[in-house]
Design a protein around this ligand. Sequence first.
Ligand SMILES: Nc1nc2c(ncn2[C@@H]2O[C@H](COP(=O)(O)OP(=O)(O)OP(=O)(O)O)[C@@H](O)[C@H]2O)c(=O)[nH]1
Ligand SMILES: [Mg+2]
Length: 448
Amino acid sequence: MSAVTSRLSQDEQKKLLSLFGHVRLHLLYKASIHGFNAGAFHGRCDRQGPTIIVAYNAAGFVFGAFTLKDYTQCNQYIHDEEAFLYSISAERKHPLRVGGLAGQHAFNDGTGGPHFGALVFLNQNRAEILSNPGTSFAFQPEEMHGNDLVLTELEVYRVEGLGDLLDKPWRSIHWSDMKKEELMTAIQTYKPCIRTVNQARVLLVGPIGAGKSSFFNSINSAFRGNMTCQAIAGTAGKSVTTQFRTYTIKAGRGGKALPLLLCDTMGLEDSADAGLDIEDLVNICEGHIKDRYQFSASGPLLESAPGYKKDVTLNDKIHCVLYVVDTCKVSLLNQKILEKFAIIRKKINQRGIPQVVLMTKIDRACPLVAEDLRNVYHSVYIQRMARQLSESLGIPCVLPVKNYSEELELDRDADILLLSALELILNYSDSFLENQEIADEEVHKIKL
Ligand SMILES: Nc1nc2c(ncn2[C@@H]2O[C@H](COP(=O)(O)OP(=O)(O)OP(=O)(O)O)[C@@H](O)[C@H]2O)c(=O)[nH]1
Ligand SMILES: [Mg+2]
């Protein structure tokens, strides 16, 4: 008997794997060989652990569903926060990935074909799907399957090695109470290398919902010793943050302000005229925009506007830019947002401001990190995402962190990761200030 082989092309396989990171796919079932019916599917795919369905149609779409959970024919609704639907097409550079609707089940584990609410495969034991977007998953039918509901093939793969761990971490970090104390002391006693500058001014920039405001809240919580939520964080279609905010952080309740200011901005959006305006961002870097400036959809703040700060010193300027990106969305950054990042990076480079990338939500991206944060630099997936992000944005330094989101108590390891990132950010800010000092000295020499 000839071996059952995958129908995925190299390009399709590459795109499919980009949804996971470091995994292997093992072909379990191929409908054209084993039969386009639910019995054949269950016979080969039940109790196999994480699996991905790969459906093909004549319109050229390769699409399907991933679940971490077993198929068992228990006739129950199965919850799986990691489940997603996806679609790959030759035109689309990155796969479309659709996560489940909040609070809804991932699939109905019955005796029929795999039933993910919005997509039912092997519907009525035929080479067909039933498409019903809005049930458990929401998508545009044209984007998912091009409205072609007849299947030319259906394959199911077991997803192996999800979240493999490296023996040796790719960055070393000490996880101890002492390390946390050291980091806190180093940050509290930091002094900018220029006497006239009181504090490092760090700007947070990134797509909507990436975790910019949460990063400030998390650092603030780590220094306060309890959970805080001074910056409003959350999820919405539009940016939750609509004002420019500059936040100081105090060492303990009523304590001394740290020599650091975190500046929070509105989220970046794909389209040119939505989200944070690049001209506003440049004005923030130059120190012309004041705390609590309300970003406006009608355009950037003009030099002639009353709120525009004309006289600025090095204290008002940004000393380090922190790009904030959600780890789960690294593979899904589209061309438009990457182009926006490239324009921003060019403008920031022209001003000689150091740039660092903060990769958030590592707990959501990798189950092994969710289990134990100390796996962060052992996780092959996190390493891969960090490399991919560094390449996409053209910035070498990527710092994975987990912000506080729903926790009630501080976690030492989360603090260590956050504080290590902050320590490096302060060092980078100092490099910028040192360069300013050299430039000033040169101007001074020329004048003499
Ligand atoms: N699990 C987890 N959730 C996070 C993390 N960082 C942020 N979140 C959650 O992600 C959502 C968005 O976070 P925000 O901090 O509001 O994101 P933002 O970048 O400020 O978003 P906008 O202001 O809308 O542009 C919130 O529900 C946070 O609780 C993280 O590291 N892990
Ligand atoms: Mg925000």
